[in-house]
Design a protein around this ligand. Sequence first.
Ligand SMILES: NCc1[nH]cc(CCC(=O)O)c1CC(=O)O
Length: 339
Amino acid sequence: MSRHPLPPAIGRTAPHPTPRRDRSPLPLRVGTRASPLALIQTRAFMARLVGFCPVLHAAEAFEEHAITTSGDRVQDRALAEIGGKGLFAKEIHEALADGRIDFAVHSLKDLETTLPEGIVLACCMTREDARDALVLGPRCGAPDPQDPFAAIPPGATVGTASVRRAAQLLHRRPDLRPALLRGNVGTRIAKVRAGEVDATFLAYAGLRRLGLEHEAAAVLDPTVMVPAAGQGIVGVTVRAADVELRDLLSGIEDAEAAAVSRAERAMLAALDGSCRTPIGGHAEIGADGALHLTGLVARADGSFLLKRAISGAPSEAEALGRTLGESLRRDSPADIFLP
Ligand SMILES: NCc1[nH]cc(CCC(=O)O)c1CC(=O)O
């Protein structure tokens, strides 16, 4: 069998002899979910990789594999009832492990904190906006930037499958009624427009990537709505043994996104919540160069909400996340973490 080395990463040399791969190196087979947002993110990632490694510019350098996941197939039940977030990546991890694809592009917030054996998160792309956006339907008023939730009429239904968003909303507006709303971003916006629910939340990053940012009536400051860990970040997974690809991907990693995602994900892992546990996590690198991490734990009905922050060196991101997660866990009622 003839094998060719991967095009070399520009300006970097592997510190060790590069092991040969048990497959022909090109095309690079990229796996992704099949939603419009997932495909846009995947193509943006491939463009970034080509910019870094122009040898990959050839049309035949990549092969795109859109994979329908268990999470995509179940549209009518809350994710929490069907086994949680891992469902969006299960089939993609399997394709990677089996060697059917070479890397996979994920919305980091949908990627479980503990990856299957043999699969690693090789690279985090530059973060898009981490904030949540509020989308308002025909029964809502004009949004007040000082108080974005005031536009939602009393007793209205707010569609969201996210316990994190529902809990933070209900904490401020216990009169509102959460309703299940799933489907792609476009589907959800259409349902709000049609009055099926009165309002919903969407990640502003997703709206921007889809060119739908005008659908956001308000973009919520993280002090109003703590985003999900990893929100707005695209992460790429590869086989742990694929040193060549790991090395190539490390060349396009965004150091800031890597640090904030490490802090947010370490916090999430330390909290060890179930997918029914409302958890928010948001880190930023300040003008002072320090990493500032905010974490939130709540009860699904908003009757309990605990928010705390921690700061430190970006190089300590994981320890900061773990410390904050343990502190939140210690001071929250145990029922919140039950499966
Ligand atoms: N859970 C679905 C999901 N996963 C990632 C995004 C948006 C993009 C991102 O957070 O990077 C969305 C849609 C949403 O929450 O509105």
